[in-house]
Design a protein around this ligand. Structure first.
Ligand SMILES: Cc1cc2nc3c(=O)[nH]c(=O)nc-3n(C[C@H](O)[C@H](O)[C@H](O)COP(=O)(O)OP(=O)(O)OC[C@H]3O[C@@H](n4cnc5c(N)ncnc54)[C@H](O)[C@@H]3O)c2cc1C
Length: 478
């Protein structure tokens, strides 16, 4: 890769690839592409390019390859790990997929949908629903994140328990490779057992192997019945025991099982003042079941909860009596995430451990914060049915931000150590980006590093694709 500045020659060559409307190089115009949702990262770039067609993306990549110009693919810019923003290197170009935003085809008989990578996730969900289908990927950022970004980060969310992560929901990808060549991996086939499954290389690759320009996803029948309950429990141990029991008793019809430490409720109140949680217990669980029309889902959930209360596993329970009440339950879960952002800088993790290790993770992480960082406030919540806990830590309100950020790095390192010591992962779903690159790379075995390096050098020999993200520099790869 060559270090560039924006000379008139480069500017006009870039303009030639994407057209005048597709290029922004002034500070004000680039601002929204260079700052993240949470306000944690602000980067730089030579220019922001917005190709209007797959052919434009190819022309752009051919040019970047010729010039040795590094590229950061960007979707909805809702990522939380500095994958689409480079805070250290302003000599790259950001390629935003936002103009590639057409749903290409829905095939309700095949239960598939094909879309441009820049389609916003919510648009895909709405289009599926219009065909009485469900695209089950669901996350707080679904109104802004793009399906290409979801593929590139292997996004998770609240329905992973039932439907899997993006990796499980994608049937095919269309990708522009680092040299501009187009690979079309759409097939519409659920079974295609012929050699390497190349799409899986690009899913979760965070823009380091190519630019995803199209995504083909699996659809599901839209559930006719959905039942939601908000529960109070005494401990994280009880929540894990309840989850195990629910999976067996509810015939695997659970579509979400979210755990919320009661300390998080204050944060949700920052978004909805006056809100009271439906139960007062120290550990709260939001459980959702969904099914087709011929199952007495309400009876199933009510019976399960009655048994769990009689056995003392559940202290208190409210079964939503209407769709509006169910949405109110979900707004607590969504509000607590927004509330953290509103409060300001905080340590944000997405750890995963075996489901059975969730109580140890929370107990050890809380003890670590209380002993090593007194005054900081620990929050534990997450997609417990997937073993995924967001253990976040808020600095005291009177802490100057610069001081809090410096200390926050120590808090994060301590939490990563706890997850790793339990055999867990430092990234359940948000990815590695730039902010976790060192910890990720340090944690790999030599054989794992060699395989990753071989893939990177085979697909992107000049190291142009999202340099600095996920991997160390090309020169230092084994
Ligand atoms: C409020 C909120 C809630 C969230 N909840 C969840 C959650 O529950 N689960 C979860 O997994 N994540 C969650 N996230 C994180 C984020 O929304 C996901 O990672 C999402 O998939 C990112 O999509 P995006 O289009 O915004 O990608 P971006 O942020 O633009 O990019 C993310 C990465 O993907 C690469 N990339 C983007 N588009 C392409 C492309 N077309 N081709 C190649 N590479 C590309 C970028 O280079 C970057 O490395 C949340 C974020 C917010 C703000």
């Amino acid at each position: 890769m060559t270090t560039h500045s924006l000379s008139p020659d480069i500017l006009s060559a870039l303009e030639g690839a994407v057209g005048r409307n597709g290029l922004t190089a002034d500070t004000a115009g680039m601002a929204k592409y260079l700052g993240d949702w949470a306000g944690d990262y602000r980067g730089g770039a030579l220019a922001v390019l917005r190709p209007g067609s797959v052919a434009d993306v190819q022309a752009l990549m051919r040019l970047c390859c010729e010039l040795g110009l590094g590229v950061i693919p960007q979707g909805g810019n809702t990522g939380l790990v500095s994958g689409a923003i480079d805070t250290n290197d302003a000599s790259l170009v950001v390629v935003s997929l936002e103009r590639l935003n057409t749903i290409r085809r829905i095939d309700p008989d095949n239960f598939t949908l094909e879309a441009d990578a820049g389609c916003v996730l919510q648009t895909i969900k709405d289009a599926s629903e219009a065909e009485d289908c469900l695209f089950p990927l669901a996350l707080g950022a679904q109104g802004s994140c793009q399906i290409g970004g979801n593929a590139a980060t292997n996004a998770g969310g609240v329905n992973v328990l039932r439907y899997g992560m993006a990796r499980d929901l994608i049937l095919g990808l269309e990708v522009v490779l680092a040299d501009g060549e187009l690979w079309n991996g759409f097939s519409g086939l659920r079974k295609n057992n012929s050699g390497y499954d190349l799409k899986q290389l690009f899913i979760g690759s965070e823009g380091t192997l190519g630019i995803i320009t199209g995504v083909e996803v699996k659809l599901f029948p839209k559930p006719a019945r959905v039942e939601t309950a908000y529960l109070g429990l005494a401990s994280f141990e009880a929540a894990v025991a309840l989850f195990n029991r629910a999976r067996r008793a509810c015939s695997d019809l659970i579509s979400a099982f979210e755990i919320i430490g009661s300390e998080c409720i204050e944060l949700a109140r920052l978004i909805e003042p006056g809100m009271t949680a439906p139960v007062a217990a120290s550990v709260q669980v939001l459980i959702e079941l969904s099914s087709g029309p011929n199952i007495d889902l309400n009876g199933l959930l009510a019976g399960f909860l009655t048994d769990a209360m009689e056995d003392g596993l559940v202290i208190d329970a409210v079964l939503a009596a209407s769709g509006a009440q169910a949405r109110a339950f979900w707004s607590i879960r969504e509000g607590l995430v927004e509330g953290q952002a509103k409060r300001g800088y905080h340590v944000r993790t997405d750890l995963s451990v075996r489901i059975s290790d969730i109580p140890s993770l929370v107990e050890r992480a809380r003890r670590f914060v209380a002993l090593e960082h007194p005054g900081w406030i620990a929050l534990a919540y997450g997609h417990a049915g997937d073993g995924n806990i967001h253990f976040n830590v808020l600095p005291p309100l009177d802490h100057p931000e610069a001081e809090a950020r410096a200390r926050g790095a120590e808090v994060t390192a301590g939490l990563y150590d706890i997850a790793v010591s339990l055999g867990g992962s430092i990234s359940a779903e948000h990815g590695i980006g730039r902010s976790r690159r060192r910890e990720f790379w340090d944690g790999l075995s030599p054989a794992h590093r060699r395989m990753v390096a071989a893939l990177k050098t085979a697909l992107d020999p000049k190291g142009l694709m999202n340099p600095g993200c996920l991997l160390p520099s090309m020169e230092t790869l084994p």
